[in-house]
Design a protein around this ligand. Structure first.
Ligand SMILES: Cc1cc2nc3c(=O)[nH]c(=O)nc-3n(C[C@H](O)[C@H](O)[C@H](O)COP(=O)(O)OP(=O)(O)OC[C@H]3O[C@@H](n4cnc5c(N)ncnc54)[C@H](O)[C@@H]3O)c2cc1C
Length: 333
């Protein structure tokens, strides 16, 4: 049996101090919906848990200022159901309401969501030593490469890891140029979401640009008129409840009937929430029709690389993006 200490913090300062005092093996826990899972599977084995689920003010949702602000401790369900988010930024609301189940969304936080780890089966089910995984045990190898790779990524992969970045909300946040607000022993800092998620390269165990002891305090999203013309489309094996096989977050700022600026990100197909710059460039200045939407979809996957069982994701991903562009386009009319 492993011994485990547990402490509940009431302020960010208390939490970071508790983390520093606990030392090696300390982990923050919020809703616990993924960390407890990984502990039970033997993938994660923290020695000290610092509960940050009820930090003062951590669940603040503020849509009235210059930016949208979501405290890291806000529940997924509360953000998904916020009136301003639902009406003016459907891309954000839909990415949350299509994630997990209602019960999970009532428990899980938006901060925990951006820090969840991959659902790669070899990462989650290999803790007993059956399968190597460079993310779980650096340098051990990757059983997914050349293995059962149906769920693996086709974009952003390396020769050490092809695990998909699992979250839906981070995909919408990526399209909307969100910033992650972080507080650590050295003070506060803000990290653009494009820099928050790391590519696997040769170090797939380093997933996020956050240091031990730092705490995510919130997420800021710039306000934009593109929010109203937006959508999050998610395709999955089981429509009611499953992680994405392919997803697309699209928001369109318009000049008349032409796209002035497209915001596009992809999920379910890449090793991190994937900004589709090529597709954005292709759409900018265009009027939306099925042909241009499909061309944008295809351009997003021009550099994709598939294994034995996941080549379908390239066509599925392109068509998912095309459908999302058409849906966002209809909202501009
Ligand atoms: C059956 C099932 C289905 C799911 N389906 C989906 C899905 O379709 N789409 C999807 O996006 N997600 C899905 N999820 C994942 C779910 O959304 C996450 O488990 C949840 O968002 C995590 O939030 P939490 O507050 O429970 O995090 P926790 O489990 O408490 O923490 C997760 C990680 O984040 C760290 N952490 C948490 N908060 C902070 C903080 N403020 N600062 C620093 N570190 C922090 C913890 O140390 C831990 O490493 C599913 C989960 C389950 C169990």
């Amino acid at each position: 049996m492993r011994s485990l200490s547990y402490v509940r913090a009431r302020t960010v300062r208390e939490a970071t101090q508790a983390f520093a005092t606990a030392g090696e093996g300390a982990r923050y826990i919020a809703g616990g919906t993924t960390l407890y899972d990984l502990m039970k599977l033997g993938v994660e084995h923290p020695a000290h848990l610092i509960d940050i689920a009820s930090l003062d003010g951590a669940d603040r949702i503020d849509t009235g200022g210059d930016v949208l602000f979501f405290g890291a401790g806000a529940l997924m369900a509360d953000v998904a159901e916020d009136d301003v988010v639902r009406h003016d930024y459907p891309i954000l609301a839909e990415s949350l309401s299509k994630a997990a189940s209602q019960q999970l969304r009532n428990m899980a936080t938006v901060g925990g969501n951006i820090l969840q780890r991959t659902r790669c089966p070899y990462f989650r089910n290999g803790a007993i030593g059956a399968y190597p995984c460079n993310k779980r045990e650096p340098g051990s190898g990757c059983a997914a490469i050349g293995g059962l790779d149906r769920s693996q990524a086709v974009l952003g992969i390396s020769d050490t890891c092809t695990a998909v970045s699992p979250g839906d909300w981070p995909v919408a946040l990526t399209a909307m140029d969100a910033t992650i607000e972080i507080q650590g022993p050295a003070g506060p800092r803000s990290v653009p979401i494009a820099e928050f998620y790391r590519l696997p390269g040769g170090t797939p165990h380093l997933e996020f640009s956050i240091e031990g002891g730092e705490i995510v305090t919130g997420i800021s999203v710039p306000k934009t008129e593109a929010g109203k013309n937006s959508t999050y489309l998610k395709v999955r094996d089981r429509e009611s409840y499953a992680f994405a096989l392919a997803s697309a977050a699209v928001a369109l700022a318009m000049d008349g009937d032409r796209v002035r600026r497209a915001h596009i990100a992809l999920g379910g197909v890449a090793t991190r929430p994937w900004r589709a710059h090529e597709a954005e460039t292709l759409l900018n200045g265009q009027t939306i029709d099925r042909e241009i939407a499909l061309a944008a979809g295809r351009s997003a996957f021009a550099d994709a690389s598939a294994g034995e069982h996941n080549a379908f994701k390239i066509e599925l991903g392109a068509r998912t993006l095309a459908d999302a562009i058409m849906t966002a386009g209809r909202k501009t009319q």
